[in-house]
Design a protein around this ligand. Structure first.
Ligand code: FAD
Length: 119
């Protein structure tokens, strides 16, 4: 969403920054978001500053997690019989030991755009 908060309301997790299920990042984003938001709220006297600090810290991490290759969600949710066949073939190859790491690198986005503060 273009904005993560309004007034006294801020969003966390899938409600705010739902990454593709194939990114494998949704749970990490939700947990990190809750951790950061909780602590920013305890450190700032007013919600607006706490929410802004939360968004500033989390947004690059979220953007990174959302940047999965366009073909990856299509591969996971094919629209046709051919798509299903291709998906199955790719998954079969992806389970071969050498390819597993390679596919992980291609399909999963990096997750290093945040340095979690030790509150
Ligand atoms: C197929 C699939 C595979 C996935 N694989 C991975 C993975 O490998 N790794 C990973 O990290 N993430 C994965 N995810 C994503 C991950 O499951 C989500 O990102 C994560 O669960 C989001 O947590 P959340 O608390 O934000 O939302 P949710 O888990 O959706 O929790 C929201 C809760 O709010 C409740 N709710 C909704 N409306 C109301 C209401 N009006 N009143 C009260 N309660 C309400 C819902 O019942 C729900 O319990 C996957 C998701 C899918 C669908």
């Amino acid at each position: 969403m273009p904005r993560w908060f309004k007034g006294h309301i801020a969003l966390v997790g899938d409600a705010e920054y739902c990454a593709s299920p194939i990114s494998g990042m949704g749970t990490s984003l939700g947990l990190c978001g809750a951790y950061v938001l909780a602590d920013e709220l305890s450190r700032h006297p007013d919600d607006a500053h706490a929410f802004a600090a939360y968004e500033k810290l989390m947004r690059p991490y979220v953007a990174q997690a959302q940047s999965v290759h366009k073909f990856a969600p299509r591969l996971a949710s094919p629209y046709s019989r051919l798509g299903i066949a291709i998906g199955h073939a790719v998954l079969r190859i992806a389970t071969v030991p050498g390819f597993k790491t390679l596919f992980g690198k291609i399909l999963s986005p990096k997750a290093d755009a945040i340095k979690l503060p030790s509150y």
